[in-house]
Design a protein. Sequence first.
Length: 278
Amino acid sequence: MGQGNGRRGRAGDVVLPIVAAALPTAVFQVPNLVGVPVERVWLVVSALAVFVAVVVWQVLRARRGARARASAEDTGAAALAAYEVAVQYGFGQIATRLTRFATHDPVTRRIELGGFADRAAAALAFYLLPHVPDVRANVYLLSTALDALEPIGHGGAGDTAGTFRAGTPYGDRNLEWVLQGGPPRVVPDRESDVDAEDDDPEFAPRWRSYVAVVVRSEDYSFGMLTVDSPAPGAFTDLDVRNVAVIAEYVATACVLAFPPVPEAGVEPLSGTRRTLTP
């Protein structure tokens, strides 16, 4: 019974607007049908039929549009809820991992730094940036000689990116930017990148757009965090902020792994925070 009432209600939503629109016109035309030739009656009736058909089409179109908007709103709300859960899980996972990381001694932290970097890159690719096509995240650490940025963490599509070395266009550019602690770099399309014309002709990167953030704490630079995609314009302002937050987590892990003053009984290692000065 309830379903029958629902169907009648939906039918009424369609029929009533049609009747309300067509009835006044039909009533207005009735006097024109009295005592006129059959041909004119047929012309008026045909015109009314066309008018009713147009009204029907407009009503049905409006209802389809309303259903589409309602469906889009429901889909958007569901997508937003899913994204909020993913963000909470992604950041929560990194925070939990960092808490465990802090309980280790400095030597163990240095050993575990690559694992933490992997987890940070994976959180970005799979939880915070799932809407970016073929997104890839990489964490780089400055070499002890400050002449290279070496990948230590990877997450998402594609292989781990290579090392940026001094003496190459992108290597020199990134090393200078990292050591100076430059602001986040956002490239919407590689074709407009300032250094693209300096590339080796055989250089064919997988990315068209990327975001890079320096991994830095206070006056010390440790490396950089990048995310890239083969699609142009793949990253939003919110994506850039999320990358920056994850870079801060990685910077905290680096501070813990390379403390400025060696703890008692622990031999200082190469690549300490003191060595990684800009």
